[in-house]
Design a protein around this ligand. Structure first.
Ligand SMILES: [Zn+2]
Length: 255
């Protein structure tokens, strides 16, 4: 009697049972100590968090890095670059419980300048960063040197990485318009728009220390003042207390 077909059948069932009942491995990725050192030494925002918030930050960072490709064009992506891209992504969302950047697959790093022909690059900033639109949807481009500069001591209130991720948050409701609808109560929209216009007017009148690039439009105002909020909260509290309060509400963070 030929047992071979039975044997094959047995193997088949064994395999089927294995795949049905095997335990799904839950991969709890952790940051390496080297990564933590990079964070501590290069990301002041992280260094100043308490232990509990540091661990939330790390969890979100691991999650982001696990689902986002980071590629270099004409540059090598160093471990520090990965950490800085991740930190730029996590800083604005640290106060949101389960937020994910669903509209992002890849972050592309360019050495310094990028192709001027990109249709959706933004004004003066087109050499520093942009969030892709249209056929570039799901992609973000950052200049490696601007990314690194944003986390250096000399960057002041500017941080290109944070700027671009704030655009992405703004864009998540379908309109990059300075009004991140998912993150603000509906009845707060009009006061927020009024505040933006008032602050833009102050910049126009030369009575503000906010980077004039914020005058471009509401979306740029929101991105530029968010950089300021995360990079220099003490100064913002002092110079623009109402704006600080609004951004603090939007991001769910007290700095
Ligand atoms: Zn911008």
């Amino acid at each position: 009697m030929n047992l071979y077909p039975y044997f094959i059948l047995l193997v088949f069932f064994a395999l089927a049972l294995y795949f049905i009942f095997r335990k799904k491995k839950v991969v709890v990725a952790k940051l390496s100590n080297t990564d933590k050192d990079l964070l501590l030494n290069h990301v002041e925002f992280y260094a100043e968090l308490n232990a509990e918030k540091k661990s939330i930050f790390e969890e979100k960072l691991v999650h982001f890095l696990g689902r986002t490709k980071i590629e270099g064009i004409g540059v090598e992506v160093s471990p520090l670059d990965r950490i800085l891209v991740g930190a730029s992504a996590v800083i604005p969302i640290l106060g949101f419980k389960d937020w994910e950047y669903r509209n992002l697959g890849t972050v592309v790093l360019y050495p310094d300048t990028f192709n001027k022909d990109f249709q959706f690059a933004e004004g003066d900033r087109n050499i520093m960063g942009m969030v892709g639109d249209g056929y570039m949807n799901g992609q973000m481009i950052l200049s490696q040197s601007a990314l690194r500069h944003g986390f250096s001591k000399s960057a002041g209130s500017e941080n290109t990485g944070i700027h671009e991720f704030v655009h992405l948050l703004d864009k998540s409701d379908g309109a990059t318009d300075g009004v991140p609808q998912y993150f603000m109560k509906h009845d707060y929209t009009i006061p927020w728009v009024k505040m933006m216009h008032k602050e833009i007017q102050k910049i126009e009148d030369n009575k503000s220390d906010i980077n004039p690039y914020a005058m471009t439009n509401e979306a740029e105002f929101f991105a530029v003042t968010s950089e300021y909020f995360f990079e220099n909260p003490e100064r913002m509290k002092d110079k623009h207390p109402a704006l600080y309060d609004s951004l603090s509400k939007i991001f769910g963070q007290q700095l």
